[in-house]
Design a protein around this ligand. Structure first.
Ligand code: APR
Length: 229
């Protein structure tokens, strides 16, 4: 099984999505906050925004959707989580393995040498530098940047051999990640979409469940369990 997730799986943990009517991109300009150009123009603004998101994610708790995936992974040990989320909630729920396509806001790396560097406790929200002299930036994939080719290949390989893929809480608009559910269908997997709203993938899905993931996934887990034992 593959669990392909987006911001919607963290919505019930109190973390904003991006493209919903009250999502981040309805209030802020993504090019200012989530692009290399935006960071170059105003690094302090970008770092403040990521610090606020880091704090929110740190206080948030995994919700029944994340926790149901932990249960599924115990039942089906070869199943993987492929997420576009950067909040770290999948791992905190005990999901394993979790492959983060767009990075993680709880890490930072050097703009120059790309080394991961620990946060400076004396200045966690401001501008800091690597030992090599490069400025530190959030370890996330911004608009216009490439995803890690090794994680992407790993994700496509898993999708090519899965029999069931859940596409959960994603608007299925940001590529290459959005290609994954289509790829699963192409190779003959059964694909279930869990999203209260329709997406560009909905018409193709084998099954579309239009309810919040925190309601849908625990129920589905119970049904799987009852059918198997
Ligand atoms: N349960 C399931 N789905 C939900 C829930 C919920 N409780 N609440 C909202 N959703 C759905 C919305 O209907 C929407 O389709 O989650 C989706 C969130 O879509 P986006 O905000 O576009 O988030 P995502 O698809 O993860 O965005 C992809 O875009 O800005 C970039 O890097 C960012 O990783 C992100 C990428």
């Amino acid at each position: 099984m593959v669990f392909f997730t987006g911001a919607g799986i963290s919505a019930e943990s109190g973390i904003s999505t991006f493209r919903d009517p009250d999502g981040y991109w309805s209030k802020y300009d993504p090019m200012k906050l989530a692009s290399p150009e935006g960071f170059k123009e105003d690094p302090e603004l970008v770092l403040r925004w990521y610090a606020a998101r880091r704090q929110l994610a740190g206080k948030a708790q995994p919700n029944p959707g994340h926790l149901a995936i932990t249960q599924f992974q115990k039942l089906f040990p070869h199943s993987v989580v492929i997420t576009q989320n950067v909040d770290g909630l999948h791992a905190r729920a005990g999901n394993e393995p979790v492959w983060e396509l767009h990075g993680n806001i709880h890490r930072q790396k050097c703009l120059k040498c790309a080394e991961e560097v620990a946060f400076n406790p004396d200045n966690p929200d401001g501008i800091n530098y690597c030992a090599c002299g490069g400025m530190l930036r959030p370890d996330v994939v911004w608009f216009g940047e490439s995803l890690s080719i090794s994680i992407l290949n790993q994700a496509f390989d898993a999708v090519k051999s899965c029999s069931l893929l859940f596409t959960i809480g994603t608007s299925t608009q940001v590529y290459p990640a959005a290609q994954l559910p289509f790829e699963a269908l192409n190779q003959g997997a059964f694909v279930i979409e869990v999203n209260p709203e329709p997406t560009p993938f909905s018409a193709k899905a084998d099954l579309s469940l239009r309810d919040p993931v925190g309601k849908v996934l625990p129920n589905l887990y119970e049904e799987f369990y009852a059918a198997l034992f």
